[in-house]
Design a protein around this ligand. Structure first.
Ligand SMILES: [Zn+2]
Length: 493
């Protein structure tokens, strides 16, 4: 009787629900505890003194910030990255320095604007005089490895300096169920899981030694996902999201293996991208053609070796130029001698509620550059330059300065309304800043010119670039664009 009454009582169900909730909360805590110890934001400032930290740098090519659930996207595309962001530092507004991989990566590694590194064309390599982060870390005794799947960062272009190991992983056939909707008819062999496996092998083999591991993922660029990835729809943009979910799983595998090796609490993880991807926001698809927000706004997440409750979100806009000055400062390594990017540590501490003086990091003008003639060796330059300074973004075209555009990026985040005519005074201010930027004296380092060998050509073709008869490079994807535009952006397999 009592039992029956109890069964009928709503309190039993409340009680059971309470127990279930407690268990769920407890297991959540247990999960977090097992992962890494908790830490207060002030512990970030003392990472400099630690002698045992590793760095895992994950570059996800072609990743626009607004597609990560960690950045508020409505689809749960990045559960693994979300978990890292939730206990780490997420930069809400990040500007890449170009929308083309090589120019952007040259700036990201050096902390120097594209026009100053001089890496603006397909044939140009990193000047040897510029110090790279891998050289700093190698010099400090780290074991260093770079594992990449994008031919634009190949050894020949000088990106291998400072790495003990620098290579493209052996491509395995993607599993039978892998889906590939590459915008290009050419395909990059293998999948990002090849890089993940090679990365896991490296970090497992170096678990007792300080290491720096750089992984450069390409499956978002390639629109490749697995049979178990969520399918969001059939448009190009939907498939991109499925590919991101797949790459996020690769990030999960890396984190799991750090945990299994017991070195998650000795590893700083950085997640970044070189540029975004357009889906007809300004009439085109892809990247490396303009500097609108969709190809320029990228994610940046820095994850300390402990869990900051609630994480830290930095709202102040920052640049990819700042990544390495920040990481090296955070772990107490010597600064890059040539970098113009700045350490964001004061901004991070400020956002973490600590006393800090980040004033000179606020309201900065963040520049990006693209020479639209990057695929031609001897073509005249056709440069565009953008400046982001809240609330504006200004886009200047060298060959048509009168067509420069000004957007209020805050009230018009999609950059649909050019307000240059409405606000000529502000446009004039930005125009002057562009002129000053271009008039800066060039550094005297030599920019090496590289001949493309057959292997590099094959790799670039696989990325969707065509080699022209005059030994220039153009994006083959571009040619299919008008067909897709007619098809409403849907990709026909
Ligand atoms: Zn890229």
């Amino acid at each position: 009787m009592f039992f029956r009454r109890l069964m009928d009582s709503p309190w039993l169900y409340f009680a059971l629900a309470g127990v279930a909730l407690l268990a769920a909360v407890a297991s959540q805590f247990e999960r977090v505890d097992r992962e890494v110890p908790p830490g207060e934001p002030q512990a970030l400032a003392s990472l400099r003194e630690r002698q045992d930290l590793n760095v895992l740098f994950i570059l996800i090519d072609t990743l626009r910030a607004d597609r990560l659930s960690a950045y508020g996207y409505e689809r749960a595309t990045t559960p693994n990255i979300d978990a890292l962001a939730a206990r780490g530092i997420r930069f809400a507004k990040v500007e890449s320095q170009s929308s083309w991989t090589k120019a952007s990566m040259a700036s990201l590694w050096t902390g120097i604007a594209p026009g100053q590194t001089g890496v603006m064309r397909f044939s140009q390599a990193l000047p040897e005089k510029i110090t790279l982060p891998a050289e700093v870390l190698q010099g400090a005794g780290f074991r260093t490895a770079g594992i990449w799947r994008n031919g634009w960062v190949a050894n020949n272009f000088g990106f291998d300096r400072g790495f003990d190991l620098y290579y493209r992983p052996t491509p395995n056939r993607p599993s039978k169920g892998a889906r590939r909707h590459s915008p290009s008819s050419h395909r990059l062999a293998g999948s990002d899981f090849d890089a993940t496996q090679a990365g896991v092998e490296f970090l497992t083999g170096n678990r007792d030694h300080r290491f720096f591991l750089y992984l450069h993922y390409m499956d978002v660029h390639q629109y490749l996902y697995s049979e178990t990835s969520p399918v969001y729809g059939s448009s190009f943009s939907d498939i991109y999201d499925s590919a991101l979910h797949w790459v996020d799983r690769n990030v999960g595998v890396l984190v799991d293996s750090l945990r299994a090796e017991g070195i998650l609490e000795k590893t700083v993880i950085v997640i970044a991208s070189d540029h975004g991807e357009a889906f007809f926001e300004h009439g085109g698809e892809g990247h490396a053609r303009n500097l609108y927000w969709e190809v320029q706004s990228v994610p940046l997440i820095i994850v300390p070796p402990f869990a900051i409750e609630g994480g830290i979100v930095v709202e102040e806009p920052v640049a990819n130029l700042d990544i390495w000055p920040t990481v090296l400062d955070l772990i107490g390594m010597p600064a890059l001698p040539d970098a113009e990017g700045q350490s964001l540590v004061p901004l991070i501490l400020d956002a973490g509620g600590l006393e800090s003086s980040p004033e000179e990091l606020k309201g900065r003008a963040l520049f990006a550059q693209l020479d639209r003639s990057w695929g031609g060796k001897n073509k005249n330059s056709n440069e565009i330059i953008s400046i982001r300074r809240e609330p504006y973004r200004f886009i200047y075209s060298q060959n048509a300065p009168e067509a420069s555009e000004l957007f209020n990026h805050v009230s018009d985040p999609e950059e649909q309304e050019n307000i240059r005519g409405k606000d000529p005074e502000m446009a004039a201010v930005f125009l002057q800043e562009v002129e000053d930027f271009l008039a800066r004296p060039k550094e005297d380092w030599e920019v090496p010119e590289v001949e493309l060998d057959e292997m590099m050509r094959a790799q670039l073709r696989a990325l969707g670039y065509a080699i022209t008869p005059r030994d220039g490079v153009e994006e083959a994807r571009h040619r299919a664009e008008s067909d897709r535009a007619r098809d409403g952006g849907k990709w026909k397999d």
